[in-house]
Design a protein around this ligand. Sequence first.
Ligand SMILES: Cc1cc2nc3c(=O)[nH]c(=O)nc-3n(C[C@H](O)[C@H](O)[C@H](O)COP(=O)(O)O)c2cc1C
Length: 174
Amino acid sequence: MTKDVFDAMRESDSVRSFKPEPIPDPTISRILEAACWAPSAGNLQPWYFYVVSNAELKAQIAAVCPGQEQVADAPMVVVVLADPAKSNDRYGERGAQLYCIQDTAAATQNILLAATGLGIDSCWVGAFDEIEVQRLVEAPPRLRAVAIICLGYGDERQHNKERLRVAEVTKILH
Ligand SMILES: Cc1cc2nc3c(=O)[nH]c(=O)nc-3n(C[C@H](O)[C@H](O)[C@H](O)COP(=O)(O)O)c2cc1C
């Protein structure tokens, strides 16, 4: 039983402290499946998801994510990688610089929402040295690491989601 999608959006706040308890394999599978259901330009799916639960490797990755101790703390992290060349082949520069980034962002958001729906806390981390992360996860040179997602059972509960009001960011054109 998963949460209603609106409840999941409201509840999916960033969690930066985790219990050591691992995520069950079937739950991980469902989260990765959600990533793969994301939309992508031309349905190219220019993404890869590298799952890291090895403590030593997580610590090495955390060391190249300035101030992001949650990367080592989380029982599992997913490194989301984009394949700009794949998007470039079909859409040129716009594909490489925009579409594949949007595609991987959509997949990342699916991961966050699916995780919340399944009772797993998360944090999207963008502060990292791309080249070093790519080296540590042994990604082929054509891939670009675009996000690291920390996943696990949170050690804190904040629920202080602050957002601009709809009216502040919306313009209805007639
Ligand atoms: C592109 C992107 C990069 C982010 N990078 C980081 C990060 O490096 N470290 C971190 O703790 N949170 C990071 N976040 C999480 C945001 O800080 C968080 O979503 C925002 O403050 C709203 O809080 P909430 O998710 O709890 O509602 C990132 C979020 C996005 C979308």
